[in-house]
Design a protein. Structure first.
Lengths: 191, 175
């Protein structure tokens, strides 16, 4: 009883033909290729960058520490591949994430006017205080400490628009950069 | 009239020559007076700069980095050393007459650029650091407290530039 039934089953399968097997085999092959390929899994473990998650920030000031770039240069800061890159119109600076010893942001760098100085701004006639307030750029400071090929220690300070330092730090830490102070979660979330 | 013009033509070059001689003499005289100011001069082919130790002072990291980077730039500018090595540079280990510059924070007051611009009397940033230069055997060559300030105009980090310039003067006088 069992044998004929099984024969019937196999026969019916054969009868369905290669047409129904072909898509299944194709899906199986694609699935196996994804399962065997180690790239995505190790990418998450070792911090290999993913092109889709790169961060770019314009209007960044390199305050100090750009070897070939002049202090106080304005440019674009981005995470390209596994490196932090700062480019101006003329020059480019690149720091590999793995060479970063510490990366820190400073949200306390804002220079708010309080106390006596606040009253002084209020006393400025014709709305002068308000004009001054227009120039009170609230900024983020990103400090990167890294080692060059010779083991030489470098420190680079960037000034970014407010709230933009945290995503860059987060991205670099994910790629293997060290950070003594972990990134605060609320700073990373945007509402 | 002719006598007068002749006498003028003789006196004028003589006066000019004497003025030039005085100027040259004063130029040669300057280094000698400068030398007499400094007590002892040391010689070293290379210097290594260590990052600023914050000690117990809550000095922001960007200030420490700015001090370190400014020190490297300003000491390179003195032209007193063949090499100015960064901390951790492998090549520095093989230099026999290497001297090391260390800085430790003693005091720090972070001011405000806005306050300085508005009030001109408050908001100055000041930092004081102990500057310590030792030779390869560990003997102290320089041990001084140096202050950096930004009073009226300029960013807070300019205090680190002011400090580094002062350290460069000390290095210039010492080596």
């Amino acid at each position: 009883m069992i044998i004929p039934n099984s024969r019937i089953a196999t026969n019916s399968l054969r009868a369905v033909g290669a047409r129904s097997w072909a898509p299944g085999l194709f899906l199986l092959a694609v699935g196996a290729a994804f399962a065997v390929s180690p790239a995505p899994a190790s990418g998450q473990d070792t911090g290999t960058p993913q092109a889709a998650s790169s961060v770019t920030q314009n209007d960044v000031k390199l305050v100090i520490g750009g070897d070939t770039i002049k202090n106080n240069s304005q440019g674009t800061l981005s995470v390209v591949g596994s490196a932090l890159q700062f480019t101006t119109g003329k020059a480019k600076m690149e720091v590999d994430a793995s060479s970063i010893q510490d990366i820190s942001t400073n949200e306390d760098s804002r220079q708010d006017i309080t106390g006596a100085a606040h009253f002084a701004t209020m006393a400025i006639p014709y709305g002068g205080g308000r004009v001054l307030a227009l120039f009170s750029h609230k900024v983020d400071v990103l400090t990167v400490e890294f080692k060059d090929a010779q083991g030489g220690y470098h420190g680079t300070v960037f000034v970014l628009p407010q709230g933009q330092a945290a995503p860059i730090k987060k991205q670099l830490v994910a790629m293997g950069a060290k950070a003594k102070v972990p990134l605060a979660e609320p700073a990373a979330t945007n509402k | 009239m002719k006598r007068r013009t002749r006498s003028v033509s003789v006196i004028f070059p003589a006066a000019l020559a004497s003025v030039l001689l005085l100027m040259v003499g004063s130029l040669f005289g300057q280094p000698a007076s400068g030398d007499s100011k400094s007590a002892q001069k040391f010689s070293a082919s290379s210097i290594q700069i260590e990052p600023t130790d914050p000690g117990d002072i809550p000095m922001p990291v960007e200030f420490r980095m700015a001090i370190y980077e400014n020190l490297i730039t300003q000491i390179q500018k003195t032209g007193k050393f063949q090499h100015v090595y960064r901390s951790g540079d492998k090549d520095a280990a093989s230099v026999p007459d290497l001297v090391t510059l260390r800085t430790t924070a003693r005091a720090f007051t972070k001011g405000s650029q806005r306050k300085r611009e508005v009030t001109t009397v408050s908001g100055s940033t000041s930092l004081t650091l102990a500057v310590h230069i030792t030779d390869h055997s560990g003997q102290t060559l320089v041990d001084r407290d140096v202050k950096g300030k930004v009073r009226f105009l300029g960013e807070n980090l300019r205090a680190t530039y002011d400090f580094s310039k002062k350290v460069a003067i000390i290095v210039r006088d010492t080596f």
